[in-house]
Design a protein around this ligand. Structure first.
Ligand code: AMP
Ligand code: MG
Length: 487
């Protein structure tokens, strides 16, 4: 276990120099206080969880203090936002404080979000509000606990500093951890500003540090792109299988590591709805739940365009062609497991599709459906779930096929089936209304709810006695919360 002043820095991105980022010091927030910290994230830095409660912790992550070895930098990038190219992006309110390596030899970027203005702030104040910081914290840690790759969050620090959004709110900072903060938009920036040398330097940096195994391949950059395609196909398959809607899949929010990144008006589905749009400024539904799949490919093509100086168009096209089949294979594999199958059959795909069609418009809770399907033997489970569906005849036909399929699995052990299904079907997910309750309490200075919710979501598959209320469908007020894009 380390103390805070024992972290070891190795600021590899900062060393790329001023073409890649700008030195900026964090601007402190007033009366910094710990809102919530993640023990699991503390462990990534070998930090003793107890130190989160010390005043120096809030001072460090509230921008008042800085390690001598930290080299805070605002990174420059650009990207496609809602389909249009925006040449003017970059860390407008976040700073890469430095890279820390742990005892296991992993490097972790420390990124302080809400750290004040930078040369990339445009009209923004460089701040993040408490509400959005809590949402990012809860989501990163909850996704990780579900087995969905994500940036991580060490803590949220609250303050008394006022900031203006639709109304006056309080500033906060979230300390984000990731093995890299490099986005698709980093590559786009150097491509569209015609800086081939820096573009090459960036590609070499990413290859060497994040895809070292690709260096051995005959075409290292192509191998790296292929790996990025594969990781994103797998990531998006997980989002779709678990009902996670990112909401702002702009290329500046896409990580080259294939992790969930930059949280805005995201949501987990409550009732299943393929057309669900969680971002209420997304009028066209570009980033609707089901559109995440083709948008993943669109974003990878935007990255491919930026890589044309290094890789032939033909090879890029072929590699992009891998995305959809890979996505489908991962998705089907996850859905088979969610349905309790251990084998693969040709008709599994239509079985999944039909289930989702029946759920659509029925008001079926997407998460609880699978949990309940595994709770009891199939015949009992489907009989109990039946009432939630509008098309009863359709559901009965599906349920007959499902039961026949379970019998063909051959493994009749009910306890094993239940355990197997519960291990992949969460009971607790970050529902918007749960986040909202925690935020409301935190805004009035009570952090117990956000801490408890974080705790519950850190073991999403385990039934936790006394926590039943976190496994409920939303009450009426919590069903269609409009999450503001301003954060
Ligand atoms: P986001 O919507 O958070 O992904 O941010 C898109 C771009 O706007 C990024 O370049 C951010 O750094 C910048 N940005 C967002 N909010 C602010 C803010 N309050 N102050 C300055 N820049 C911001
Ligand atoms: Mg962003």
């Amino acid at each position: 276990m380390k103390a805070l002043d024992e972290l070891t820095f190795d600021n590899r991105f900062a060393r790329l120099g001023d073409d890649f980022s700008t030195h900026v010091l964090p601007e402190p927030i007033d009366e910094p206080r710990l809102v919530v910290a993640s023990n699991a994230a503390m462990a990534l830095l070998d930090l003793d969880p107890a130190i989160a409660e010390t005043p120096v912790f809030a001072e460090l992550f509230g921008g008042h203090k800085l390690w001598a070895e930290a080299e805070p930098r605002a990174m420059v990038y650009s990207g496609h936002q809602f389909g249009g190219y925006n040449p003017q992006l970059g860390d407008g309110r976040g700073l890469l404080l430095g890279e820390v390596y742990n005892q296991a030899g992993e490097h972790w970027d420390l990124h302080l979000k809400g750290a004040g203005q930078t040369p990339y702030s445009r009209m923004g104040d460089g701040r993040a509000v408490l509400r959005s910081s809590i949402r990012e914290f809860l989501a990163s840690e909850a996704l990780h606990a579900l087995g969905i790759p994500s940036s991580r969050a060490l803590c949220v620090i609250g303050s008394s500093t006022p900031v203006w959004r639709e109304k006056q709110e309080r500033a906060a900072m979230v300390l984000r951890l990731a093995q890299s903060h490099i986005r698709f938009g980093h590559f786009e920036y150097f491509y569209y500003t015609s800086k081939p040398e820096q573009q090459k330097q960036l590609a070499e940096h990413v290859l060497k540090l994040h895809f070292p195994e690709c260096q051995e391949q005959p075409e290292p950059y192509l191998a790296m792109f292929r790996e990025i395609v594969e990781r994103n196909a797998e990531l998006i398959a997980k989002w779709q299988a678990y009902g996670f809607c990112h909401g702002v899949m702009n290329t500046d929010n896409m990580s080259i590591l294939g992790i969930t990144f930059d949280f805005g008006p995201f949501a987990f589905l409550d009732d299943f709805d393929a057309q669900f749009i969680c971002n209420h400024s997304d009028d066209q539904g570009r980033y609707s739940f089901s559109n995440q799949v083709p948008i993943g490919q669109w974003n990878l093509s935007a990255l491919a365009q930026a890589l044309t100086p290094f890789i032939s168009v033909q090879a890029l096209r072929e590699t992009l062609g891998l995305y959809l089949p890979l996505y489908q294979a991962h998705y089907l594999d996850l859905m088979r497991r969610r349905l309790g199958f251990t084998t693969a059959e040709d008709d599994d795909q239509p079985l999944v599709e039909r289930l989702l069609q029946l759920m659509q418009g029925s008001g079926v809770d997407y998460t609880l459906f699978f949990r309940r399907l595994g709770n009891e033997p199939p015949a009992l489970a489907v009989a109990r779930l039946r009432d939630d569906f509008v098309d009863l005849a359709g559901f009965d036909a599906w349920a007959d096929e499902y039961q026949a399929r379970v019998i063909r699995e051959g493994n009749g052990d009910e306890t094993q089936r239940r355990e197997r299904m519960h291990a992949v079907n969460p009971l607790y997910i970050l529902r918007n209304y749960l986040a909202q309750n925690a935020i409301q309490a935190a805004e009035s200075g009570d952090y117990t709810e956000v801490r408890r919710l974080h705790e519950v979501l850190s073991k999403p598959f385990e039934e936790q006695p006394g926590m039943e209320q976190y496994a409920q469908r939303p009450p009426d007020w919590g069903k269609h919360l409009e999450i503001s894009c301003s954060s």
